[in-house]
Design a protein around this ligand. Structure first.
Ligand code: ZN
Length: 306
């Protein structure tokens, strides 16, 4: 079929067939694009988990391309159309998709069901670390940094997928939840190789709060003391950070997408800490959430090992 579809005659027939399907599928759960339901997911990390859950039984489209900073993403008209045309939209929530507010509202009013991952987790609030700053108490959107929270998301998402698309993913959900639970155990064992007194995190922005909560790390502070990479570091916040780092003997600053690297280097020079990059918002080459979390823990453990 793929070989013969190159002939113009077949291509025209295919186009006609797709047009018929598109008309027939109006308002229905399927579409003419892939023959299967469409799920639009806002971020690549969440998208990876949704792909694991639905396999090839639905087409999963990620709106924010992998590698872009979700805190600064600006949607195109095409992104808005993809949200409107989806059978189900999966968002992180907790303020992460601020820039998608309008297209998401459009999709909702067009009748597209929107599943919000943040509705199904034990929400962490900003400013529960040692550093407290403006915005203390705001919901922390970085729920994907704890596989235990992702397990809850998968459990809640499976029935939402069935409702929106008619695809029963309950068996895959059970096995995926089991794998996420095993991953949590594996990562906890890795974290325990670092003495508790050394489990100290200084990050680019406050992105590792769920990770810290899950694995017994202390958030000493962040270069940008905010839940978003888009906030600014201030002279006074940096002075406080340097003082806390020196008092604790923090050996590493973990930087990520959107961290002002010159500022991180300067803090590192002043405190004797090394600067190590960690991908907290970007999937690795294999596109796997499990690899993503293992990479994060590997970097953290390697950086903090005595
Ligand atoms: Zn972030």
């Amino acid at each position: 079929m793929t070989r013969t579809a190159r002939s113009p005659y077949i291509a025209v027939l295919t186009a006609l067939l797709l047009a018929v399907l598109a008309v027939a599928g109006c308002g229905g759960g399927s579409d003419g694009g892939s023959g299967g339901p469409r799920i639009a997911v806002t971020t690549s990390v969440l998208g990876s988990v949704v792909r694991e859950l639905v396999g090839d039984r639905a087409e999963v489209r990620v709106i924010m391309p992998n590698g872009t900073d979700p805190h600064e993403f600006q949607p195109s008209a095409r992104d808005a159309a993809r949200l409107r045309q989806a059978d189900l939209v999966v968002v992180n929530g907790l303020g992460l998709e601020e820039s998608l507010e309008d297209p998401l509202a459009e999709a909702r009013s067009a009748g597209v069901p929107v599943f919000t991952a943040g509705d199904h987790v034990d929400v962490r609030r900003f400013g529960q670390g040692e550093a407290t700053d403006d915005g203390a108490g705001a919901d922390d959107p970085h729920l994907w940094m704890d596989p235990g929270q992702m397990e809850r998301v998968v459990a809640a998402l499976a029935p939402a997928v069935a409702d929106a698309t008619g695809v029963d993913v309950s068996a895959t959900a059970t096995s995926l939840e089991r794998r996420l639970s095993a991953l949590s155990g594996e990562l906890a064992a890795r974290a325990r190789t670092i003495p508790p007194a050394r489990r100290l995190l200084v990050t680019g922005h406050e992105s590792m709060g769920y990770f810290a909560r899950a694995y017994g790390f202390t958030l000493v502070g962040a270069i940008v003391p905010s839940l978003s990479s888009q906030a600014q570091a201030s002279a006074s916040s940096l002075a406080e950070l340097r003082a806390r780092m020196t008092a604790r003997g923090v050996p590493v600053i973990f930087t990520e997408a959107g961290t002002p690297s010159a500022v991180a280097e300067a803090v590192g020079d002043a405190t004797g800490a090394r600067v190590v990059e960690v991908a907290t918002h970007t999937l690795p080459d294999d596109g796997s959430y499990l690899t993503f979390m293992r990479d994060v823990m590997d970097r953290v453990v390697a950086g903090l090992r005595p």
